[in-house]
Design a protein around this ligand. Structure first.
Ligand code: HEM
Length: 400
């Protein structure tokens, strides 16, 4: 994930359409593509492969072996980033020192009031939505505002503007990177923000652990970037799925969020550099290679029906939208609460539908709005996702 879920680019980041049957885990050598052909001669990596798995020069298709390695081995696999001081980028001892305190700030008790602020902002913004809207815009505005509210305890226009400037094109483009000036604007807005929310918790935790002020700010900055685009993509897709599959009874917003994240995990890949030779079961992966866990393929394997939206489904297979292992997302509760609150607030006073019939459910049971989506490291919506929001004339009828 690097500095945030999406900010940094790596050589393997070639955009590809979502392919439900594509390989589940990729092992990507760090050398340039020009050398790949030569390497194809020594393509066999001795792994205990599950039935149906395949191996090529630069790909390993064995979700279970790779998953185990990600889950257990933090020392052998790193994100190999050292340029920023935040949790998302540091490795080894530096990561071990920061992880508990950032996880506590983002996901533990201190986050409850921040979560309440974020949820209130999401609900409030959705209460104002009516008429024709682009679900991408809604996701972006609400996602940014509620992550900012969680971070500083209230709405903050300067910080929202600074984060939105980075992410405005992001729901349409899978490849992008914040410029230094955009990053500096987020830093300045964070420094000027009041001392509430997760930022206050981060400051406290970092100070108690003997870190400098900059570490708390860096973590706040990276968490804002990590959270805004992912919440935006989740809300955008959840709105479209619900529009295509209006609930028969009351909306179960949390189930809708879970099913949306299962079908469209906003973070596509978990890239790791092999620091010391890694044993993927029976075979080894050499130091310096990149191992890339592909969360999209993990979610879908070879099952074509897995793209069908069904919030009542009881199992989600290998889906892991929050990541795998010790570096998985510490803000799952916060994110789910924000998206669910936004959906509930809209559902309480309105219905919404896809403006274009062709975006709806196709003959294979999957939604057509999925077709133009692109994955690099994150999910992008290259075309608008138009919705029409209609005010309910009568309150939502109670469940029978
Ligand atoms: C729907 C929303 C979100 C999704 C799907 C999501 C997904 C993920 C995933 C897959 C990872 C693991 C990346 C890796 O292992 O390389 C991750 C890590 C992380 N996420 Fe999220 N995330 C979401 C929202 C947020 C929010 C709102 C925040 C903060 C406010 C956040 C903060 C972080 C941080 C700090 C890490 C790094 C953890 C570490 O390296 O130990 N995420 N997230």
């Amino acid at each position: 994930m690097g500095a945030c879920h999406s900010q940094e680019r790596e050589p393997w980041e070639t955009a590809h359409k979502t392919e439900p049957s594509c390989q589940a885990w990729r092992l990507v050598d760090r050398v340039a593509a020009a050398r790949t052909a030569r390497r194809a001669n020594r393509s066999t990596i001795p792994l205990p492969l599950a039935p149906g798995s395949q191996v090529s020069a630069h790909m390993v298709v064995c979700p279970h072996a790779a998953r185990e390695t990600f889950a257990e081995d933090c020392d052998a696999l790193s994100k190999s980033r050292g340029r920023c001081a935040a949790l998302t980028a540091v490795n080894g001892d530096a990561w071990r020192a920061q992880r508990p305190l950032v996880a506590k700030a983002l996901g533990g008790a201190p986050s409850r009031t921040s979560r309440a602020a974020a949820v209130a902002v999401a609900a409030d913004m959705m209460a104002q939505l009516r008429g024709p809207v682009d679900a991408r815009e809604v996701g972006l505005r609400v996602g940014t505002a509620c992550v900012v509210a969680a971070m500083v305890g209230c709405r903050d226009a300067a910080l929202e503007g600074a984060v939105a400037a980075i992410f405005a094109p992001s729901l349409a483009r899978a490849h992008y990177r914040a410029t230094p000036a955009e990053g500096a604007r987020v830093d300045a807005a964070l420094r000027a923000a009041g001392d509430g929310g997760l930022l206050a918790a981060l400051r406290q935790e970092c100070a108690a652990a003997g870190f400098e002020e900059g570490v708390a700010l860096d973590n706040a900055h990276r968490a804002l970037l990590a959270g805004a685009q992912t919440i935006a993509a989740t809300l955008c897709s959840a709105l479209a799925f619900i529009a295509a599959h209006p609930p028969q009874k009351s909306l179960d917003a949390r189930a809708a969020v879970r099913e949306t994240l299962r079908i469209l995990p906003p973070v596509a890949t978990l890239p790791r550099r092999v620091e010391t030779r890694v044993d993927l079961g029976g075979g080894g992966v050499a130091r310096g290679a990149w191992v890339v866990g592909d969360l999209v393929a993990c979610a879908h394997g070879g099952d074509a029906a897995s793209l069908r939206y069904d919030p009542a489904r009881s199992a989600d297979g290998d889906a892991a939208p929050w990541g795998v292992g010790p570096r998985s997302c510490p803000a799952g509760q916060l994110s789910t609460a924000c998206v669910a609150a936004a959906l509930e607030a809209l559902d309480a006073r309105a219905t919404w539908r896809l403006a274009r019939k062709r975006d709806g459910v196709g003959p294979d049971g999957s939604c057509r709005f999925l077709e133009p989506l692109v994955y690099a490291r994150t999910l992008a919506f290259p075309r608008p996702v138009p919705l029409v929001v209609d005010e309910r004339r009568l309150p939502r009828p109670p469940d029978m």
